[in-house]
Design a binder for this molecule. Sequence first.
Ligand code: PEP
Ligand code: MN
Length: 353
Amino acid sequence: MIIVMHPDAGEAEVAAVEAKIRSHGLDVHISRGTERTLIGAIGDERKLDPEMFDPLPGVERSLHILKPYKLVAREWHKASTTIEVGGTRIGGSDVQVIAGPCSVETVPQMEAAAAGVAAGGARLMRGGAFKPRTSPYAFQGKGVEGLTMLKNAASRHGLPIVTELMDVRMLDTFLAHDVDVIQIGTRNMQNFDLLKEVGRVNVPVILKRGMSATIGEWLMAAEYIAAGGNHQIMLCERGIRTFETAYRNVLDVTAVAVLKKETHLPVIVDPSHAGGKAWMVPALSCAAVAAGADALLIEVHPCPAEAWCDADQALSIPEFANLMQRLGALATAMGRSLASPLTGATNEPALAV
Ligand code: PEP
Ligand code: MN
């Protein structure tokens, strides 16, 4: 950290800053220029914060030199991290697709969705059992019963599951239901207690971007999880709030490029919650793969018009299959490949369940 002193700061003020730095166990390097004195703190500057120095007499401003995140930063870990979930690798040369309905509704709905997404080439299945809804009167999810329905349907098609954890008190239940990937939703990106708890378990986490979070805040949220010991973190861009009202959120494709530079963690894009309309999903998916996303998280429903949640943005199963064809060609053009459907995945009618 560097502390820039006012031109008229005196020796006593410089000494007070020096003492404060030393009291935190760091060394000090003072550089006296013709205009100003600069005080450098030498050592682990993450122990220091501009708030500690800015109010001191004689201080003009203070600034960090290093990024505030470390475990998730590419600066400290050059190689890209890949995360294996049930034999599928996310962050490697293959582009992976995670698909399924917004929410778990019924056993036949889940069976049809699982069969459809597996046949289309998804390698993981999504589905919310606990739903963060704007209205307390809207469908809140099937709860624990939904976890069982998701796990059963996905397992029949060899797919690991991704589902959202909203309440830290449900973490043990998630583990007991063999949730393969815990999703932290946009509304909980800065629920630090939740982040600390998922940091303690050995289960991969998809951390969605807060709808108004900067990339720095998002990476600090990921750092919370990593700091607890869980390094299996994937970041998911799902669109941010802007002044635009023509669509649900603005897909921040730029974030994909920035994240690839800033962090070694895999980057996922959710085109469904970004556009909020099914017809936008193919274009946004293509943009994400072209920008370098490692995976897509796509809402697919066997009968979108009847979905209990996010009906407008769900792809039907044939629409999903079409999109997967296009993405295959695009991934190849980008020097990657789209993972092929698991062997045994067919578009057979749903099993009797
Ligand atoms: C979801 O994935 O169903 C969801 C609620 O997403 P987000 O947290 O991005 O709104
Ligand atoms: Mn949704």
